[in-house]
Design a protein around this ligand. Structure first.
Ligand code: MSP
Length: 659
């Protein structure tokens, strides 16, 4: 029976559309999943959305909709993006699924029965942003970081999980099975949290229900409480697991949610899997360890400058901005640039530089040179390497070593390191071509063997590269594979069965460029023309106002010619091929209008729907990008800043006159 491999991503909150932080986690999981399949494992890959809790409740209330309606609206953004990025998950779980809800309630009851959950009163501090009660030490840390405003005092009846009882087993888990948290320096952080300085007795019981929130799964038999969002969310890995795949092999998390996954999650599982005779103060039974995730893999953050990229900071990069250069490009960049565990600052220029250097030049160039030489000198038929001089031997030895070295790193989830050493080899091959000068060899019949050897070795290296990078760049790898004259799908290859020196089966095809070089200058120029400078600054800087000069005086009657009305935006969508234009239908009281506004750099269409706006209602219709705009929306800005929509109060009805 083949080995089974169960991999998960965190489930994403539906109060935001995906940004590249979320995208990175999912792509890393997908690359690992694809890699394991090519290692011959039977993989179950789970992702989904986290749809309960205060954040969702609040966002929905602010938008005047029910939390479920918000979840139904936002969730498809994730699904569609994963489809576009060729994510190969087997299942997409939603915490609002009935099946998930049933599992939560059943497990809650189980732990009530064993006494691992009990009812008490909580008095203390609560962090609104983390949706978690905080200890005094944590509260102090938050105050020091200037986050005191996120703390509120609470006194409420609550159900508690006896986390304190599991401290002994947790510490043994970290000590005896250090692979439980990777990379290892992240394990140290967890240990420090559970037993700072090796000192015991720090873990307090965890409140796992809320009466202050209504959007959640009711506690069975006591429905003024809803189950705490993390008890609900973490158990998705259980409720949506496929039979025969338990326990999880690798669970991906960002460092911000490591504590929940490396402390609470195994403690919940210990409580669920322990048996009556088990001694919580004794050794951690192997039987229990075998029911826990094998590894929680914690990655770092994508930063903008020094700051975490996040919606609340308004400094996010959306995946679409990378996907314009292709899915493979975005996936490759994530894997190549980010060392799992560490933070990395994002720059768009760095992104383009990396692609040009590694894909357009690097691999792309090597592939097109090799393929065209094979066409030109050998009519596409791959020669054998029979006579090898010292230089050829060196390349052969490196070529034989690079596959196993790559697989060792990738098998340890280090794709950054793996790609790095593969690209070192590709550069070595560039040097090999330069030194061997095949164009001269081709003119000398007596050097035929040497030319055969050079071409054969280049061919082998490309074939190996196609197989190794298939999990990272599925389409580019397939294109390379096919252009090498190889049949079938590269993703169906098994690393184990791959033979570096296998004979080439068929003549190679005509070369087509693997990756189009990006004209960086042109892209940067287009960006500066279309991006308004004030768009989402990472740090709020004092920007001097750039106010236009006052216009000439007009008579009152001239002003009175303008008919300004309150409007209510009913629908909004982007105008294809335009970064700025949004097409809206607006209720202006006496009729519904189509109005186009150049506000797409400052607002998302979904931010506009249901808003009250001020409409210049008697403006002559203006054709714009294939549609006609019947009026204009009033916005405030200086010469530089983004437009801010002028907003009448909500109780001003559509059609009201603005004076
Ligand atoms: N819903 C919880 C997870 C529950 S799992 C049982 C959650 N959701 S989230 O949408 O806020 O974040 C999901 C993942 O995205 C986390 O792993 C988080 O670390 C990751 N990222 C969010 N911003 C990020 C960056 N800027 N960089 C990299 N990843 C980050 O937390």
């Amino acid at each position: 029976m083949s080995q089974r491999f169960y991999i998960t991503t965190p489930i994403y909150y539906v109060n935001d559309k995906p940004h590249i932080g979320h995208t990175y986690t999912t792509v890393l999981a997908d690359v690992i999943a694809r890699h394991r399949r090519m290692m011959g494992a039977e993989v179950y890959f789970l992702t989904g959305t986290d749809e309960h809790g205060q954040k969702i409740e609040k966002t929905a209330a602010a938008r005047g909709m029910t939390p479920k309606a918000l979840a139904d609206e936002v969730m498809p953004n994730f699904r569609k993006l994963w489809e576009r990025m060729e994510i190969t998950h087997d299942y997409f779980v939603r915490t609002t699924d009935a099946q998930h809800k049933a599992v939560i309630q059943e497990r809650f009851k189980q732990l009530l029965g064993t006494g691992d959950i009990y009812k008490d009163t909580y008095t203390g501090l609560y962090s609104v942003s983390d949706e978690a009660y905080v200890t005094e030490t944590q509260a102090k840390e938050m105050q020091d970081q200037g986050l005191a405003h996120q703390l509120v005092e609470l006194k409420e009846e609550s159900y508690f999980f006896r986390l304190s009882h599991y401290e002994n087993w947790l510490i043994q888990l970290y000590e005896q099975y250090p692979e439980f948290v990777q990379p290892d320096f992240r394990l140290n952080e967890v240990k420090q949290f559970v037993a700072p300085g090796g000192e015991r007795g720090n873990l307090e019981d965890l409140s796992i229900s809320r009466t202050s929130i209504s959007w959640g799964i009711p506690v069975p038999g006591d429905d003024k409480h809803v189950v705490y969002v993390w008890f609900d969310a973490l158990l998705n890995y259980m409720s949506a697991c496929r039979e025969g795949f338990w326990p999880p092999s690798v669970q991906l998390v960002g460092k911000d949610i490591l504590r929940f996954h490396a402390i609470y999650w195994p403690a919940f599982l210990m409580a669920m899997f322990r048996e009556a005779g088990d001694d919580l103060d004794g050794p951690l039974p192997l039987r229990i360890r075998e029911q826990l995730p094998h590894t929680i893999l914690a990655h770092g953050w994508w930063l903008m400058g020094e700051d975490k990229m996040s919606k609340s900071k308004g400094n996010v990069v959306r995946p679409e901005e990378l996907l314009r250069f292709g899915n493979d490009a975005a996936r490759f960049f994530f894997m190549r640039e980010m060392q799992v565990g560490l933070d990395r600052s994002f720059s768009f220029e760095g992104f383009m530089d990396r692609l040009n250097a590694d894909l357009a030049n690097g691999l792309g160039n090597l592939a097109s040179r090799t393929l065209s030489m094979l066409q030109r000198y050998r009519r596409g038929v791959i020669p054998a390497a029979e006579v090898l001089d010292a230089q050829d031997q060196e390349v052969l030895a490196a070529g034989r070593a690079v596959g196993p070295a790559y697989l060792a790193k990738a098998g340890a989830n280090d794709f950054h390191g793996a790609l790095d050493l593969l690209w070192v080899h590709l550069r070595q091959l560039d040097g090999y071509i330069v030194k061997a000068e095949p164009w001269k060899l081709a003119k000398d019949e007596t050097r035929k063997d040497k030319l055969d050897t050079v071409l054969c070795q280049l061919y082998r290296a490309l074939r190996l590269t196609a197989v190794l990078v298939a999990p990272v760049m599925p389409d580019l790898a397939q294109q390379l594979w096919a252009s090498l004259g190889l049949a079938g799908k590269v993703a169906d290859q098994r690393f184990e069965a791959f033979q570096y020196e296998a004979p080439a089966p068929a003549p190679v095809a005509e070369p087509a460029p693997l990756f189009q070089r990006i004209d960086k200058e042109a892209v940067m120029q287009a960006e500066t023309q279309t991006t308004e400078p004030a768009a989402a600054p990472a740090v709020q800087e004092e920007v001097p106002l750039d106010l236009p000069a006052l216009k000439d005086e007009i008579a009152y009657d001239t002003f009175d010619l303008m008919d300004l009305r309150v409007g209510h935006v009913l629908t909004a969508e982007r105008v294809p091929k335009s970064k700025k234009l949004i097409k809206m239908t607006v209720d202006v009281g006496f009729e519904t209008r189509t109005i186009l506004g150049g506000i797409g750099m400052a607002y998302e269409p979904e931010d506009l729907v249901n808003r009250q706006v001020v409409v210049v209602a008697n403006l002559a219709p203006r054709p714009m990008m294939g549609s006609v705009s019947h009026g204009m929306l009033l916005c405030a800005s200086d010469n530089n800043s983004k437009p801010y929509l002028v907003a009448p109060p909500d109780d001003a009805k559509p059609g009201f006159v603005v004076r």
